[in-house]
Design a protein around this ligand. Structure first.
Ligand code: NOJ
Length: 596
């Protein structure tokens, strides 16, 4: 601990002119989405608050229940803002908080200007926003506009008749040869088309039946989207995470999925012919008028396509979420064992395909993926804390804005699901019907995969203390069962333990915020093929840091690549090591950061 504090104090002094700059702490600048003009560059980059941010994702349903109904709510989040701020993050991403019938837990929006009743009221939202601003943090909200709920007034009208004013807000097609208009599949199993009895036509839904796709080719729809964006921006939110935004422009004529896309339809649905035009329009009509952060969920976008979305000179998005790392452990929807060189190659590829006009994100978990320590670390009791700290070290020292999912700062783990009745996620329930009930996959094989990859693993409630339901709710039951390990893994215990994952995370967040090299510095993997060790440097001018992470359960005597010597230890996760020089004696799941 003392070692960490001394090291942190030492690294706050920098020789570089811009070194201590923090755009987050600076007075608001001229709103600019282009980044084309403005402040002096750092290592070629335009400094921006969102490049320096550390984002914490809150899934409101599972964060904290304030009124004892078993469901998390906005007041619950407001009551824990000190906890969030204490972690050293400075931007909160709130998963959907809008009125919704919850076919997909809020990603099916019934009214874009209303707060979900279960989560509270608009004045609760205003309080939350105020509390975030008071703490010098920022708030980004989810923008879910590829689709709405089928209970949205637009769709209620749209389905009434073929000549309804709102008909063209959605994508309707007549049957083709008595069947669906094409062979597109939904991400939640089955066809992406649903025949509506009122007119006999089909509507498109890339997700659930209750999530009809909006027709972005209709300019009135786009105007509606821009208006609702302005509604939230005028309230003071600081930007958007844009749900499956690359899907909004559909391919001309809606052609069949070619055979080689059937197993990966996202690459066919994404990057449609008008996507750039629509994003540029959104930027000029809305985003350019505010100092905001935008991050697009870029499912189906390749690394090579990424610059076309995020190059600042194009005025589209600030950043995207690239899925290569978070889905490395997946073959379709099935778990696959991954290797460290594969993960490292992804980060190198991301870095090498971007330049000073672009910016990346770093994340390994969210509400759609398993727990980071279970998927990329080792969640056995022996190695859970150390491996969670290795992952925190990596996420907070790689190049790109880090996004941390709630509970990962505690090392929360996957849930031991044994039956489908314990699951909530529509994706899993539909897959069960499509695969298990049709005898294509045995139930035990299916459930074993659920334990590894299901989205519900990340959606179990936050574990606040060792009281019933982990202190998440006063209700007898939470909406989704709390992980039975809450007595051993919870916030109260970790806040009281200076060696906890939470406190290590906080130190790493402090280190990142105070060290421009970890934000703007060059990234270099110094040993790409090593199967156990991830070693890389971050360099900004004369400042150079070496990060060494042991991703294995064994001790490793690690010889640094030729010419390299460990410098001054800045932080480590397993106490002060006594070796220096060019051979490091690393313990299982040890992380060290050196200043060279
Ligand atoms: C991506 C969201 O993250 C996920 O939770 C949701 O199910 C789909 N988009 C559909 O909105």
């Amino acid at each position: 601990m003392i070692l960490h504090r001394i090291a942190l104090a030492a690294i706050t002094t920098f020789g570089l002119a811009a070194a201590s700059l923090s755009a987050l702490d600076m007075p608001e600048k001229e709103p600019s989405q282009s980044g084309a003009q403005g402040a002096a560059t750092i290592n070629g980059y335009q400094p921006k608050w969102w490049k320096e941010a550390i984002v914490y994702q809150v899934y409101p349903r599972s964060f904290k229940d304030s009124n004892g109904d078993g469901i998390g709510d906005l007041k619950g989040i407001t009551s824990e803002l000190d906890y969030i701020q204490g972690l050293g993050v400075n931007v909160v991403w709130l998963s959907p908080h809008y009125d919704s019938p919850n076919a997909d837990n809020g990603y099916d929006i019934r009214d874009y200007r209303k707060v979900m009743t279960e989560f509270g009221t608009m004045s609760d939202f205003d309080e939350l926003l105020k509390g975030i601003k008071q703490r010098n943090m920022k708030l980004i909200v989810d923008l879910v506009v590829n689709h709405s709920s089928d209970e949205h007034q637009w769709f209620v009208e749209s389905r009434k008749s073929k000549d309804n004013t709102y008909r063209d807000y959605y994508i309707w097609r007549p049957a083709k040869d008595g069947k669906e208009p094409n062979n597109w599949t939904s991400f939640f199993s089955g066809s992406a088309w649903k025949q509506d009895p009122v007119t006999g036509e089909y509507y498109l839904h890339l997700f659930a039946e209750k999530q009809p796709d909006l027709n972005w080719d209709n300019p009135t729809v786009r105007n509606e989207v821009y208006d609702l964006m302005k509604f939230w921006l005028d309230k003071g939110v600081d930007g958007f995470r844009m749900d499956v935004i690359p899907f909004v422009s559909k391919r001309e004529g809606l052609p069949d999925l070619p055979a080689d896309y059937v197993a990966r339809p996202q690459y066919f649905y994404a990057m449609g012919p008008h996507l750039h035009e629509y994003l540029q329009e959104m930027n000029s009509r809305v985003l350019s008028k505010y100092d905001v952060m935008t991050v697009g969920e870029a499912f189906g976008v390749t690394v090579e396509q990424t610059p076309s979305l995020v190059d600042e000179r194009r005025n589209e998005l600030n950043m995207i979420f690239n899925f290569d790392a978070v889905r490395l452990n997946r073959n379709g929807d099935a778990w696959r064992d991954w290797t460290l060189p594969e993960l490292k190659a992804i980060y190198t590829n991301l870095d090498q395909t971007s330049d000073v006009h672009m910016w990346n994100t770093v994340f390994l978990s969210n509400h759609d993926n398993p727990r980071v320590v279970s998927a990329f670390g080792d969640d056995s009791p022996a190695y859970r804390p150390a491996s969670a700290k290795v992952l925190a070290t990596m996420l907070l020292t790689l190049k790109g804005t880090p996004f941390i999912y709630q509970g990962d700062e505690l090392g929360m783990t996957n849930y031991p699901f044994t039956s489908i009745e314990q699951c909530d996620d529509i994706a899993v329930k539909n897959a069960w019907k499509a695969l298990v009930l049709t005898n294509q996959v045995p139930a035990d094989v299916f459930m074993a995969n659920v334990r590894k990859v299901s989205r519900d693993n990340a959606r179990t409630p936050m574990q606040w203390d060792s009281s019933p339901n982990g202190g998440f709710t006063a209700a007898p039951r939470a909406w989704l069962a709390v992980n039975p390990n809450y007595k051993d893994i919870n916030a109260k215990q970790e806040l009281a333990d200076p060696n906890s994952i939470y406190h290590y995370f906080r130190q790493m967040a402090d280190l990142r915020r105070k060290t421009p090299a970890f934000v703007y510095g060059d990234y270099k993997d110094v040993d790409p093929s090593n199967p156990k060790i991830f070693a890389y440097t971050r360099t900004l001018g004369k400042e150079k840091y070496l990060v060494v992470l042991n991703f294995s359960v064994g001790a490793v005597s690690y010889s640094l690549p030729s010419g390299m010597k460990a410098g001054d230890l800045v932080i480590s996760n397993l106490g002060k090591p006594d070796d220096r020089g060019d051979v490091l004696h690393l313990k299982a799941w040890e992380a060290r950061v050196y200043k060279l």
